[in-house]
Write a protein that binds this ligand. Structure first.
Ligand SMILES: *Cc1c(COP(=O)(O)O)cnc(C)c1O
Length: 348
């Protein structure tokens, strides 16, 4: 087995760069729960500004950002609408129902849905038997959909419809910066239709830890309280915030390279006879594809790829995921795409 692995299982696998570690070592810190960590305060102000919101709160994970948002924006017994295969539904251990006492319904399969679908699924408050639908969550980019971008005109339409129905809105923007770079739209414009938005620092931006949630000053007071309730309030977290500030300065524009590399992988996979991939879904740094029955089983594809030094993830039955990030080069991705396509077609 090659001694260096090309790890495409997730963009969370990046290690902090030497420069990022230096920024962390140099960070000014204080007690964040007293509001005295200048690095955390700077990061929160920077993200609030980037997303065009009044305030922001630094949290340990994207899952906690989502859980806080749902908790702040709903009451038990209410219903939350999101797109099919949302992170909130699949990857948070049932947290929304356990923590906020809400039920979630999913519209469509791709992660993308329309205002008409929202209106059709909406249940009003005050009905004798319905759970009132009070929150809509949009995931952009959409992870399980293969990193697809929720088209902004549709975002605006859905959020306007939600507003008109008296619902509120949250953007799960764990990979919002990928959507911004891929579309050339500012994060501020992408977040504008939403009451609250969360972004991850630990994905494409390459930080070891952290997400940030942003919204009105009043909502962020509530979010800060919920962060404490969930056990996510931290102390000298400036060491982590410094990584975030460094990443905003140095790792944002390069996301375009990740997108080009994902495209390269996608082109290799799309050429494989035994793969099913619509290249139109490869819009950012994620390639999710299905394999035909003629291809080896998932576990075998993964094991054989590992022998070639390439790691990828099983995402469902005959569904695999490869994600690009700052720790893999174009040459790595060229090799990985070639290797995996070869395995699927029984050539390597
Ligand atoms: C990764 C991810 C999260 C949460 O991430 P953590 O692993 O909890 O930091 C939330 N939403 C989406 C869409 C994600 O991809």
């Amino acid at each position: 087995m090659p001694d260096r692995l090309i790890d495409l299982r997730s963009d969370t696998l990046t290690r902090p760069t030497a420069a990022m570690r230096q920024a962390m070592a140099d960070a000014q810190v204080g007690d964040d729960q007293y509001g005295e960590d200048v690095s955390v305060n700077a990061l929160e102000a920077r993200i609030a500004e980037l997303l065009g919101k009044q305030a922001a709160v630094f949290v340990p994970s994207g899952t906690m950002a989502n859980q806080i948002a749902v908790k702040v924006l709903t009451r038990p017994g209410e219903e939350v609408i999101t797109g099919g295969e949302a992170h909130l539904l699949w990857h948070e251990a049932g947290g929304a129902s356990a923590n906020a006492g809400v039920q979630i319904i999913a519209l469509g399969l791709s992660g993308i849905f329309t205002a008409a679908e929202l209106r059709a699924a909406y249940k009003p408050r005050g009905h004798m038997v319905y759970p009132p639908t009070t929150l809509v969550v949009i995931e952009n980019t959409h992870n399980r959909g293969g990193g697809v971008i929720f088209p902004q005109p549709l975002v605006e339409e859905v959020c306007e419809a939600a507003d008109a129905l008296g619902m509120t809105t949250y953007l799960d923007g764990a990979r919002l910066f990928n959507a911004a770079v891929a579309t050339g739209t500012s994060p501020r414009d992408l977040a504008a239709p939403f009451r609250m938005a969360g972004i991850a620092l630990s994905k494409g931006l390459g930080c070891p830890v952290g997400s940030v949630i942003a919204g009105s000053a009043e909502d962020m007071v509530a979010a800060r309280r919920q962060r404490r309730l969930f056990g996510g309030a931290m102390r000298q977290a400036g060491i982590l915030a410094a990584a975030g500030l460094h990443a905003l300065d140095h790792h944002m524009d390069r996301l375009a390279e990740d997108h080009a590399n994902a495209r390269l992988i996608g082109e290799h996979i799309a050429e494989a006879r035994n793969a099913e991939l619509d290249l139109a879904t490869v819009q950012s740094n994620i390639v999710v594809f299905r394999t035909r029955p003629e291809a080896p089983p998932d576990a075998e594809v993964i094991a054989r790829a590992r022998e070639h030094g390439v790691l990828l993830l099983a995402f469902g039955p005959r569904m695999l995921r490869m994600v690009t990030h700052l720790d893999v080069s174009r040459a790595d991705c060229d090799k990985a795409g070639t290797v995996v396509a070869g395995i699927l077609d029984g050539r390597s």
